[in-house]
Design a binder for this molecule. Structure first.
Ligand code: GMT
Length: 372
């Protein structure tokens, strides 16, 4: 098949998932064409079946806001017709689904009927998409898609709750390449972070408000009082200064490291003992699944789709949003009991197997087959 994939090329979960999907499809012999404004972060290897088409947005003094959506739709038309694509798979509704609708209408005039599949990822529905500035266009373009998928049962019901969707939304859960994440930790790296054998807690995200990273700092402040430990923050974003100053205020800075945006997440997870995810909402929480694949249990909130991957009392613990005391208690219990921690690590890996790439990618292929 010749498949067009449109996504955000950044570190966000939707871009990561779309890129990993494209790479897996290419490995299986499909021809994959990425259409984005920048080379996707995880598109870092050569594969003869992968093509990358950059969306260029010409600027002009008249434009306070360069018309990205128009440039994207035009690039879609160009790539689809010149490469004879069989279908277009867009990840994240805004503005990818509406640009795809526009491209589809233009192509119809030339006798090409390109099927469009829209995968909803979360913030396009729960945060940004619901804003009334975007909602009519989001509703329309989702309804105009030939197939719609959501990355969790929770996101599917949230979409029906907030938008008037007249079509079936199919759930295809996110996936992880388990083989890639099942790595032995590099001892030298572990020694740099935790020279005295301390436990290593991890958080990785885009540090936006929805992640509540101050809760991560507060939980860690409670943990470090009882269990010798270190906290590694991976990623970057607007809430980092607030987290740093809270760390200073609580006098725990010496135990916290901010390592910035990282591509080799498997090496970081491999030295972790516990992953903290304190979000207000996660449609899925791909990062938690990646942690679990590496054998790192997860202490998280019970928001959104998180209970679909993190099983309370088995692979980690779930607490209400903002319940720092409960999350601290759970983290301390796990980190101070060697036998319990080993069992949870094992369970986390076993649970991630259910979301392995080899099991989920064929679900997308089956969906694509319906349009051939
Ligand atoms: O979490 C973010 O802010 C990034 C966002 C994105 O669009 O990349 O992530 C969303 O999509 C991921 C992949 O499907 C999900 O794992 C995340 O849970 C979801 N984020 C939210 O729902 C807040």
């Amino acid at each position: 098949m010749r498949i067009g994939i449109v996504c955000y090329p950044t570190f966000g979960g939707s871009g990561v998932l779309a890129t990993e999907l494209g790479k897996a499809l290419a490995d299986k012999g499909h021809q994959v064409h990425f259409i984005t404004y920048q080379q996707p972060v995880r598109l870092n290897e050569f594969n003869a079946n992968i093509f990358y088409h950059e969306v260029r947005v010409p600027t002009y003094p008249l434009f306070d806001y360069p018309p990205y959506e128009t440039a994207l739709a035009s690039t879609m038309v160009d790539v689809i017709s010149n490469n004879k694509l069989d279908l277009l798979h867009v990840h994240y509704a805004i503005p990818h689904a509406s640009a795809a609708y526009m491209a589809k209408q233009i192509l119809k005039k030339t006798g090409i009927d390109i099927p469009v599949i829209t995968t909803l990822h979360g913030t396009d529905i729960t945060l940004v998409g619901r804003d009334k500035t975007y909602a009519p266009v989001v509703t329309f373009s989702i309804n105009e898609s030939d197939a719609i998928t959501a990355v969790s049962d929770n996101l599917r019901s949230e979409t029906y709750k907030w938008f008037k969707i007249e079509k079936e939304i199919e759930v295809i859960h996110n996936f992880v390449d388990v083989g890639r994440f099942r790595k032995k930790g590099i001892d030298a790296f572990r020694r740099v972070i935790a020279p005295n054998g301390e436990r290593i807690l991890l958080h990785a995200s885009n540090f936006r408000k929805v992640k509540r990273i101050e809760d991560v700092v507060r939980i860690f402040a409670n943990v470090v009082k009882q269990v010798p430990s270190k906290l590694l923050f991976v990623g970057d974003g607007p809430e980092r200064p607030a987290a740093e100053s809270l760390g200073r205020e609580l006098n725990i800075c010496d135990h916290i490291r901010f390592v910035g945006k990282q591509e080799q997440m498997e090496d970081i997870f491999a030295i972790g003992d516990l992953f903290l995810l304190t979000s207000d909402y996660e449609s899925f929480g791909l990062v938690a699944l990646e942690a679990m694949a590496a054998g790192v249990p997860v202490v998280s909130t019970n928001a959104g789709g998180l209970p679909e991957i993190n099983v309370h009392g088995v692979t980690g613990y779930l607490s209400n949003v903002g319940d720092v005391a409960d999350m601290s208690k759970n983290a301390i219990e796990l980190l101070s009991n060697e036998e319990l921690l080993a069992r949870f690590k094992h369970n986390a890996m076993a649970q991630s197997d259910r979301f392995d790439i080899h099991y989920i990618v064929p679900m997308y292929e089956k969906l694509y087959d319906r349009f051939l």
